[in-house]
Design a protein. Structure first.
Length: 173
């Protein structure tokens, strides 16, 4: 059973798409034995392009799927919510789901893990540090709480009051 952390983001119809992404992940991965956990939602400026602010969060789940299967599942959920696969990396998003961590795997294929944004972007690191403060980065060996404490950035980030849908196997702050 793999422990997986996913980053979710949206800057188009943000509330609708973040909730839809969480519901889709819940419906696909959650059960009595394997609930999913969701961090607070944060609002952040677009990074890498001029665009509307994003809503971002991090989801923790457990799965028997391989990394490649998790990536395919996330891409299918994105596409089902209006995110075509051929859009540029730095562009507006209805729903973006990125695999951040898959257990303590370090790899370059089928995707690069751990994802570089984990230590680079506040909108990934802060919710990850809240959700899994004692979890250690697979390459640095330092906990995500410690990484967050020493994080220095000009990125604007604001935690939001966010009404999550009541789902049977969903744990939120």
């Amino acid at each position: 059973m793999a422990l997986v952390y996913l980053g979710l983001g949206s800057n188009r119809e943000r509330t609708q798409h973040i909730l839809a992404g969480i519901r889709a992940l819940h419906d696909r991965f959650a059960s009595t034995e394997r609930p999913i956990r969701v961090a607070r939602v944060f609002e952040s400026a677009a990074v890498g392009f001029d665009g509307h602010d994003f809503f971002n969060t991090v989801v923790e789940l457990q799965t028997d799927l391989t990394l490649a299967e998790v990536v395919r599942t996330c891409k299918a959920i994105e596409q089902a919510h209006g995110h075509p696969s051929e859009v540029p990396k730095y562009s507006p998003r209805t729903l973006d789901i990125d695999v951040l961590l898959y257990d303590d795997m370090v790899c370059a294929s089928p995707i690069v893990l751990p994802r570089g944004e984990v230590l680079k972007n506040a909108f990934v690191l802060w919710p990850l540090a809240e959700l899994a403060p004692q979890l250690k980065h697979p390459q640095t060996g330092i906990s995500f709480a410690q990484h967050w404490q020493s994080f220095a950035s000009e990125q604007r980030l604001k935690p939001l009051e966010f009404a999550f849908e009541s789902l049977p196997y969903l744990h939120t702050p």
